[in-house]
Design a binder for this molecule. Structure first.
Ligand code: SF4
Length: 376
């Protein structure tokens, strides 16, 4: 089944973050209505839809699309799915710089979930999230957040944690908490696509552990209600699941990146990819830039027979088998994110990455220790 349909309405981004993994972010092309129609038709014809579908409008920056045109895209998608009695949830991940009252009206009208990419207070955010002329974007993002608040629109945040942020766990927590984010997701700066180095590569395990530990203590002391922290919640959920569920991949906490088409990613041209959404269109001669077909012509049945997709699926499966055999975190991880394995280990058929250590093993260890102390 399709858990998420990720649509990139344009590769263009209005800003220029230093750690960005997108190589085509200066390309201003955008999706046409006929490409959108083809995507929806193929999805509807696939038998991979349940009663609901979530469409995530994602990278480049979705809000560079004129708001009237975006309304047309949403209306068209809603009509097509509603005709088949499928309810649609829309989500937008945005850098927040271009939020206006018109966007707020659209967000309310279509009940869109909004995620803001913001790295914390100005001293953390502006280090990496800059305009194309090199200025910090913090004040523009905060103006957007103020507008969302004035319109009673809920928003969650995703913060990229780079080396510089590690000394500021409390400032980071307080910022998101006081600015009424209902959820915070932490992305430790990754090696992916265009971003071939991470500031975290030469950072000690202890420094990252202390950062997460301070954040977790603040989270627990806050009562874990007003603002949820995604990573800690994921591992609490994984560890505290029904003990009869032996394989974590039965749950959907981590697993949609390892099932073909559970995440179906489509770019503005209708090119289709799957597994980790950040793979689409990244350079790879081995995997045809991770494009397995185009929805203008190819059905899911055609895509499933794609030789490179079969090869990739087999490699991902072999990597997961190795994880199961070798990694003590498998029972709460399930084999991880394929894109990180590919970029760090140069093959999907592999196990541990920096992403594992920093995004999975450290926060999971902290949660485990907390639960152990609680039951003693
Ligand atoms: S933490 Fe990494 S090595 Fe361990 S199971 Fe997950 S992906 Fe595999």
């Amino acid at each position: 089944m399709i858990d998420l349909l990720v649509i990139q309405p344009t590769p263009f981004c209005n800003i220029n973050c230093s750690y960005c993994y997108l190589s085509d972010r200066s390309n201003p092309d955008r999706i046409t209505l006929s490409v959108l129609d083809s995507i929806i038709q193929q999805v509807l014809n696939s038998n991979l839809c349940g009663d609901t579908i979530t469409i995530v409008w994602h990278a480049g920056e979705p809000l560079v699309i004129p708001v009237d045109y975006f309304a047309l895209l949403l209306e068209r998608a809603n009509q097509a799915f509603h005709n088949k009695k499928i309810s649609v949830t829309h989500s937008i991940q945005t850098n927040g710089v271009l939020i206006t009252q018109d966007w707020c009206d659209l967000i309310i009208k279509y009940n869109i979930n909004i995620g803001i990419s913001i790295d914390g207070p100005m001293n953390l955010h502006d280090v990496n999230r800059k305009t194309r002329s090199g200025k910090g974007t913090f004040n523009s993002v905060m103006a957007g957040i103020k507008l969302l608040r004035a319109n009673n629109i809920r928003y969650h945040g995703i913060a990229v944690i780079s080396k510089h942020s590690l000394l500021f766990a409390k400032e980071l927590f307080d910022f998101f908490y006081e600015n009424n984010f209902y959820q915070l997701g932490l992305n430790i700066e990754e090696i992916e696509g265009h971003n071939v180095k991470s500031s975290m590569e030469d950072t000690s395990y202890e420094a990252i552990y202390s950062f997460y530990k301070e954040l977790f203590d603040l989270y627990v002391n806050s009562g874990m209600k007003k603002m949820r922290i995604r990573e800690f919640d994921n591992y609490l959920q994984a560890i505290l699941r029904n003990p009869e569920i032996l394989d974590i991949n039965v749950l959907d906490i981590q697993s949609h990146q390892i099932r073909p088409f559970a995440i179906t990613s489509v770019n503005y041209k209708g090119d289709v990819s799957t597994f980790s959404p950040e793979l689409i269109g990244q350079n790879s001669s081995e995997y045809n830039n991770f494009i397995f077909g185009n929805f203008s012509t190819d059905t899911f049945d055609v895509l499933r027979k794609n030789r490179l997709l079969k090869k990739m699926t087999a490699e991902i499966k072999s990597g997961i088998k190795k994880c199961k055999k070798e990694c003590e975190f498998y029972s709460i991880c399930g084999g991880g994110a394929p894109a990180n394995k590919f970029y760090e280990n140069e093959t999907f058929n592999s196990t541990e990455t920096l992403y594992c250590k920093y995004n999975i093993q450290i926060p999971a260890s902290i949660v485990l220790k907390y639960l152990e102390e609680k039951i003693q």
